[in-house]
Ligand binder design. Structure first.
Ligand code: ARG
Length: 459
């Protein structure tokens, strides 16, 4: 047990207490951010004349050697230290002696951990953004390739109207695009540097907080030292944004599971992304999609947990806040993993175009268009609705699609029908008639695709 704060104490910490209090088992993951922050801190201290140039050089060299050795495995981050901050400082003193003891001048672990967590989160937001962008690229390719892949659009999970696979994928494109913009917003709002806030009330040293903020790529320093050390809003925002990503992935997973079922057979998941059964040889299960759907609960759980942890904490720092890390780390790992796997699965999935179009036809998705045909020939809509209802009933009875009826059969219900009804209710016509922006028609979709291409190139 190696502690930074032994001076005031006369007894050793109880082992159970020590373990309960320690965070090194999980905060070791931001050793790089801790070192990066310390290098900026001492650079500023030297600029302000608080450390000599030589002390600064020694400390930075020491910190860099610690980073290198942790990375190449020669220096192990062991649990004899309470947290990553203690580990880095103790290792520094071990390596360079007296100068190392000056590293923590004008700093508290409270502003230090606030900084580390922000640096770590910022890096992860960029990774999440990159993964979302990869998903969008796969979706855009599917959109371009499937402008004439007709399928049923659903409401209430009942076949409703014909759409295309491009149009359906376009819906997910919009969702993940909004997810990216949420990431960007969080990044922008959180990008202020807490370093220099000390324990809660700033410090007595003439620190240059603008300078450290700039060195670390922040837009500026935070403006209230109490808030700086006790703000975890950005983590809650990130958990909320990741929960939304997971909700989108989970809905998508649910559709893949349904589409992959024996009854639908709209898609076939690649062997590399499915699993078999230990007992039933015929099985090929959509486990990845199921796991993504299942893991959504973990991320929601983390959001609820952190909101609950934060709600009763008086200002400023309290140890409760150490609980932010495991939730957030797990949620980030989970969301990143799910995004990467789902994208891979989507990229390799085969869509059965013939099945999709057949399904659209046999689900009377063109019934609205048949009614519109009558309306265009002067029949009031309410009557047209009734006539097509009769046709549908007739087809259900005979087990056929509207398109399979003979002209005589059409005419028997309404004499208004002519030969051109077949063209009017073909999947192609049904889709092509819908060409306002946002609709599935080719011209509308091509316009959207062009815009999304520009968006992806710019971001
Ligand atoms: N491990 C602590 C955390 O994660 C670091 C800050 C400790 N500060 C303190 N005053 N004990 O929140």
């Amino acid at each position: 047990m190696a502690q930074l704060w032994g001076g005031r104490f006369t007894k050793e910490t109880d082992k159970l207490v020590y373990d309960f209090n320690a965070s090194i088992s999980f905060d070791k993951r931001f050793y790089e951010q801790d070192i990066r922050g310390s290098i900026a801190h001492v650079t500023m201290l030297a600029k302000q004349g608080i450390l000599t140039g030589e002390e600064k050089e020694q400390i930075i060299k020491g910190l860099e050697s610690i980073r290198t050795d942790v990375e190449n495995g020669t220096l192990k981050i062991t649990e004899e230290y309470e947290d990553i901050h203690s580990f880095v400082e103790a290792s520094l003193i071990d390596r360079i002696g007296e100068a190392g003891k000056k590293l923590h001048t004008g700093r508290s672990r409270n502003d230090q951990v606030a900084l580390d967590m922000k640096l770590y989160t910022r890096d992860e937001i960029l990774e999440l953004d990159g993964l979302l962008k990869e998903m969008l690229e796969v979706l855009l390719k599917l959109m371009k390739d499937n402008l004439e892949t007709y399928m049923p659009g659903f409401t209430h999970l009942q076949k409703a109207q014909p759409i295309t696979l491009a149009h359906h994928m376009g819906a997910y494109f919009e969702m993940f695009k909004r997810d990216r913009s949420r990431m960007k917003d969080i990044y922008k709002r959180m990008n202020l540097c807490p370093l220099g806030s000390g324990a809660l009330a700033g410090t007595t040293y003439p620190l240059d907080r603008e300078y450290t903020a700039e060195l670390l790529g922040f837009d500026g320093p935070t403006l209230n030292s109490i808030d700086s050390v006790s703000d975890r809003d950005y983590l809650i925002e990130l958990l909320s944004a990741m929960s939304t990503v997971m909700m989108h992935l989970s809905r998508f997973s649910e559709e893949v599971i349904i589409w992959n079922s024996n009854e639908y057979r709209f898609v076939e998941i690649d062997d590399a992304y499915s699993t078999g059964s230990s007992i039933m040889p015929q099985k090929k299960n959509p486990d990845i999609a199921e796991l993504v759907r299942g893991k959504t609960g973990r991320v929601y759980g983390a959001l609820t947990a952190l909101l609950t942890t934060m709600k009763g904490i008086p200002l400023a720092y309290n140890k409760d806040m150490q609980e932010d890390k495991e939730f957030v780390f797990d949620a980030i790992d989970t969301t990143k993993g799910c995004l990467a796997l789902f994208t891979g699965m989507l990229k390799t999935m085969k869509f059965n175009q013939v099945r999709m179009e057949e399904s659209a036809k046999h689900g009377f998705t063109n019934a609205t268009d048949a009614a519109d045909y009558l309306v265009n020939h002067g029949v009031p809509f309410r009557d047209a609705h009734g006539i097509v209802g009769q046709l549908v009933l007739y087809c259900i009875d005979k087990g056929i699609a509207l398109d399979d009826m003979s002209l005589e059969e059409f005419k028997a219900v309404s004499p208004v029908f002519e030969e051109d009804i077949y063209d009017a209710i073909s999947m192609k016509t049904c889709v092509e008639m819908r060409n306002t922006i946002g609709a599935p028609g080719r011209a509308a979709m091509e316009q959207v695709i062009q815009e999304e291409e520009k968006y992806l190139a710019a971001e």
